[in-house]
Ligand binder design. Structure first.
Ligand SMILES: [Mn+2]
Length: 572
């Protein structure tokens, strides 16, 4: 395993650390964490205690008033509203959320999710026609996209020709040509003054539209009186965490309260999903990432996401358990396919000439399952710490999925290779692309060249960022009191992580040989339990460690412990 560089995030912020300690009365360990994140005594109160009422006014989005006016008009006129979603967890929960709010207020709603392989990418002229076929009578007055549509100028034009008003809600990067929709709601479109909303997932944008819809309805005597927006926060938490957007700004508030809704399991589909995945009652964002979202995504990956939407919108527990069982089965099939392709791609990548010196990784195979190449690319990017593209060749075309590392912007890199591509899109860290099969070799060279030119050395070094240097005695009751208010932890909002020096192991507990569990003691004679997964620390050495303080609940007993993330022998 390569050595990681330990980097202190609170360096140079001593002034803020001191102010947090002296003015706000925060313990030093917590002050280090807060200062690392740019929290000051002025913003501390809201950071720790943000409530649902602190969510910002949705009418800050330009065009959102026109959008909700049109939706209420559709309800008054009994026009069909067609929701065009997407096939991943974000797109599915966004669809379910908007449908729930509209239907509760008398909307006649049809929801459509595109097919991953047949319908191409997002909202297209083809997916529009296919979606219309599913509408009773084949006609709708309004079409709302969720989690897609920002680059669908052609499809929007076509819808207009058919007399449909289109409302776009999306969070993907806009390209140059914007669709001429009735309203286009996307925080990346007009980011000035929307800092706290910039990282909303597709479901977060759908939430904002729905919130505006309810506020407008109440203000204009149209309705919305019995719609409690807190009830849909379980959807928002699922989609936001699954889409790996940073849990910062408004996302942090939405997910904080969304996790509470998830724990209540009031929705039949949420209940069935959580029970099937055997998630404990104290559900965490990581349970969404590793257990719930993979099940919801599995349906779309294997072809048709409709059973995941059916689960999310099920109105009784019997149906919900049936759909959840189906998703389990899809998920097992997905895992088997992923493992098979991962092994093939790994053999190909590691035997390729230049593998040791290249800064990027590209793998390509005939008829690799399109639904899992993105996961395989993620595993390579993580394991080798290099930007990775995995391509599946179908006939004369190659379809790919890419994942980045560090701060390397893949959209920027692909736009430099765009002359070789038939399409590309997505986010800086995760992209989709297509090209002719005979362009793969040329693309490989061009991609490597652009990565070399764009990558900062820091993008390819494996850093561990810790919040500051502390001692074992700092993990006291007061620390854990604050710890409970810093979450939810996840992408962009990591758990507190510290450097602790000069630790001796005073006791080792028997545990499976790959892990180490025991008790650390420091120079002051303070002790604390520790656990190190897939790491071996021996007793005779003094260690410096990077560790995560946690509360370990075991048979009702709460004990503090440190999870060792990285370690090396002490220098002195
Ligand atoms: Mn999304």
């Amino acid at each position: 395993m390569e050595n990681k560089i330990w980097r202190c995030s609170s360096d140079g912020k001593e002034n803020i650390v001191d102010r947090l300690i002296n003015e706000s009365g925060v313990v030093r360990s917590v002050a280090l964490y807060l200062a690392s994140r740019g929290i000051t005594p002025e913003t501390l109160g809201r950071y720790l205690n943000a409530t649902f009422a602190d969510l910002s006014d949705p009418f800050r989005f330009v065009g959102i008033e026109a959008a909700v006016q049109r939706l209420w008009q559709a309800i008054r006129n009994r026009e069909r509203i067609l929701i065009h979603g997407d096939y991943d967890t974000d797109g599915i929960t966004a669809t379910a959320l908007l449908a729930w709010v509209l239907e509760r207020n008398g909307g006649l709603v049809t929801s459509f999710l595109p097919h991953r392989f047949d319908d191409g990418y997002g909202f297209t002229p083809d997916s529009l026609l296919k979606a219309l076929e599913t509408v009773p009578g084949g006609k709708c007055g309004v079409l709302v996209t969720v989690d897609c549509g920002i680059n669908s100028a052609e499809a929007v034009q076509k819808a207009r020709e058919l007399g449909i008003d289109v409302i776009i809600t999306d969070h993907h990067e806009p390209a140059d040509e914007l669709p001429e929709a009735l309203a286009t709601i996307n925080p990346k479109l007009d980011p000035v003054g929307l800092d706290d909303l910039l990282h909303l997932a597709g479901v977060g944008v759908a939430f904002k539209l729905s919130h505006a819809f309810v506020i407008y309805g109440r203000a204009h005597n149209e309705g919305g009186y019995t719609t409690d927006m807190q009830e849909v926060l379980d959807y928002v938490a699922l989609g936001t965490v699954a889409d790996i957007v940073p849990l910062l700004g408004e996302n942090r508030i939405l997910v904080k309260y969304g996790m509470e809704m998830l724990k209540k399991q009031l929705r039949p589909g949420v209940n069935a999903l959580i029970q099937h995945a055997r998630v404990e009652s104290n559900i965490q964002p990581s349970d969404i990432t590793f257990k719930l979202a993979p099940r919801l995504n599995a349906a779309g990956r294997l072809g048709n996401a409709s059973s995941a939407l059916a689960l999310m919108t099920a109105d009784n527990i019997v149906d919900a358990y049936e759909y959840a069982a189906k998703l389990d089965e899809f998920n097992q099939r997905r895992q088997a396919k992923e493992q098979e392709i991962f092994q093939q791609a790994k053999a190909q990548v590691e035997s390729a000439p230049g593998f040791a010196s290249n800064m990027s990784i590209i793998a390509a195979g005939e008829n690799w399952h399109q639904g899992v190449i993105g996961i395989v690319a993620s595993r390579f990017a993580r394991d080798y710490n290099r930007p990775t593209i995995v391509l599946t060749i179908i006939g004369n075309e190659a379809h790919g999925s890419g994942r980045s590392v560090g701060n390397l912007n893949l959209i920027k890199i692909l736009s430099r290779c765009s002359h070789l591509l038939t399409r590309f899109g997505g986010h800086p860290m995760a992209v989709g692309l297509g090209m002719a099969k005979d362009k793969i070799g040329e693309f490989q060279k061009e991609f490597e060249k652009c990565v070399r030119e764009e990558a900062q050395p820091s993008d390819l070094i494996n850093y561990i960022n810790y919040d500051g240097v502390v001692r074992l005695g700092d993990f006291n009751e007061e620390f854990f009191h604050y710890h409970g208010m810093l979450g939810p932890f996840g992408h962009g909002n990591p758990q507190p992580l510290y450097l602790i020096r000069g630790l001796e192991i005073s006791r080792l507990m028997p545990i499976r040989p790959v892990h180490t569990k025991g008790v650390f003691t420091d120079e002051n004679g303070e002790s604390c339990d520790f656990i190190a997964f897939n790491k071996h620390l021996d007793m005779g050495t003094r260690w410096d460690i990077i560790g995560q303080p946690q509360i370990n609940e075991y048979y009702g007993e709460r004990k503090r412990q440190i999870q060792v993330i990285d370690f090396r022998p002490s220098a002195d």
